[in-house]
Write a new protein. Structure first.
Length: 451
């Protein structure tokens, strides 16, 4: 699960967190020169005209080594020695007045040493990843309305349905028009846009004209329940030539959902329910999902372990007059684990685990995911809704067992180091559908520098 931190003015050695959406960062506290304690603070707030016009620069360099010991789902050849991914992001944020700002970001993503060449999300030599303008209309207090237009990242909730796609080498952006409203402790957003495709050349990315995405999202606290917050949303999607196990057709899908999340004492929770309707060619759509992440933290223990259970179910197609396969829209790239072998379509899974804070800044997370098919008439899909294992060759339900471990070290303010390990132990459905499929393991090592 991804958490979006809230930037607050810092004192002394406390600094604002680098956020998932870099355009949400606020560095105006650096107007006070006495607050400039970091060696890169001079580029985070560059005054141009008094205090109302300023620039802020930021960026990221990420190196990621990946190795799959065995090819999966008939994807050949195997990468016996692994491969290297590089991602570079740099942005500039110009605030011309308190009411107008322009944000721009470049992205370069490279791949080396992978047998068979880059995957669709691995390479984009250089492109304009974000470029948008904001017009802000303030009201009383902190209430405001912002009109935003241009190329931009979007992320909502736990990024189960709308994500920046952090784990893959290329992050996801949309060409969109948005209205962002804040009133009290509540936020309401609405948008209309199209996702941006990845083209491997220089400044050649363009929006996917056959896909349109629109919706509205409301989030805020539920005052009468301690620690409870809630999201309510509607998401609309239109895709040309959408592919599912039953065939290919134009898809129009409407998603209504809610997320209840929060923390009270040692208990934390994150529950999400989504229902989907619409049309797939001449057929109707009737799909759904329920996802949960419940944890208990032993704060008085030395390593402050958090024991958790994640449980998900997403509908599959049962072969009737309605298409039943759930569409996760634009989910995070590593949905269940960093190996990213399967997505949240036609699945039931239970994932118990525990997180340990070994020392300050060093966290170990271990879990084991058990996955079944929800419908025996549907197959197993990837995160991008690509059909990985088609139905028909097996009536088995069990997909596999996926133990995993992740060790993350925040080695100072700017540098993060992460090691990931996943074992894939396939069940009868995969083994009977792909007789030559062997079990294997995934390893990745990631170094990320941000400023």
């Amino acid at each position: 699960m991804f958490l979006l931190a809230i930037c607050l003015p810092a004192q002394g050695e406390d600094r604002p967190a680098f956020q998932t959406l870099r355009y949400n960062e606020d560095w105006t506290f650096l107007r006070d020169a006495s607050q400039r304690a970091d060696w890169l603070d001079p580029v985070k707030f560059v005054p141009l005209d008094g205090t109302n016009v300023y620039l802020s620069f930021g960026g990221e360099a990420r190196l990621k080594y990946e190795l799959y010991s065995e090819p999966v789902f008939n994807q050949q050849p195997a990468d016996n020695n692994g491969f290297l991914l590089q991602r570079y992001l740099v942005h500039a944020d110009l605030h011309a007045t308190p009411y107008f700002r322009v944000f721009g970001q470049l992205q370069s993503s490279l791949e080396d040493f992978r047998d068979g060449g880059p995957r669709p999300t691995d390479r984009d030599d250089l492109d304009l990843h974000q470029a948008f303008a904001d017009l802000c209309v303030p009201f009383s207090g902190s209430d405001e309305l912002t009109l935003r237009a241009g190329r931009q990242e979007m992320a909502y909730g736990s990024q189960r349905l709308i994500s920046v796609r952090e784990s893959p080498n290329n992050r996801l952006a949309f060409d969109a028009v948005r209205v962002l409203a804040r009133f009290g402790e509540w936020q309401a957003d609405a948008w209309l846009g199209q996702p941006v495709e990845i083209d491997t050349g220089i400044f050649d990315d363009q929006r996917i004209s056959g896909t349109t995405f629109w919706g509205g999202y409301l989030t805020g606290p539920v005052q009468f329940v301690p620690g409870l917050r809630a999201d309510f949303y509607y998401l609309g999607l239109s895709r040309e030539n959408a592919k599912f196990a039953r065939g290919t057709a134009n898809e129009v899908r409407h998603s209504l959902g809610t997320r209840l999340f929060g923390k009270h004492g040692a208990l934390d929770w994150n529950f999400e329910l989504v229902g989907q309707s619409g049309s797939f060619g001449d057929a109707d759509i009737l799909a759904w999902t329920a996802a949960s992440d419940t944890g208990w933290t032993f704060a008085d223990a030395t390593t402050q372990p958090r024991v958790f259970l994640r449980a998900d179910i997403a509908s599959g197609d049962h072969g009737g007059s309605n298409l039943g396969t759930f569409n996760p829209l634009f989910p995070r790239g590593a949905y269940f684990n960093e190996a990213a072998l399967i997505g949240p379509q036609n699945i039931m899974d239970l994932q118990p685990g525990v997180e340990f804070t070994l020392v300050k800044g060093l966290k170990l997370t271990t879990s084991c995911d058990f996955v079944w098919r929800e419908s025996l008439d549907d197959g197993v899909y990837g995160v991008a809704l690509n059909l990985q294992v088609p139905p028909g060759a097996s009536q088995a339900r069990y997909v596999g067992t996926f133990p995993s471990a992740s060790l993350a070290w925040q080695a100072g303010r700017h540098l993060n180091l992460t090691l990931n390990y996943v074992t894939y132990l396939f069940g009868d459905f995969v083994k009977q559908s792909i007789p030559n499929q062997r079990n294997g393991s995934y390893v990745s090592a990631v170094a990320t520098f941000r400023f």
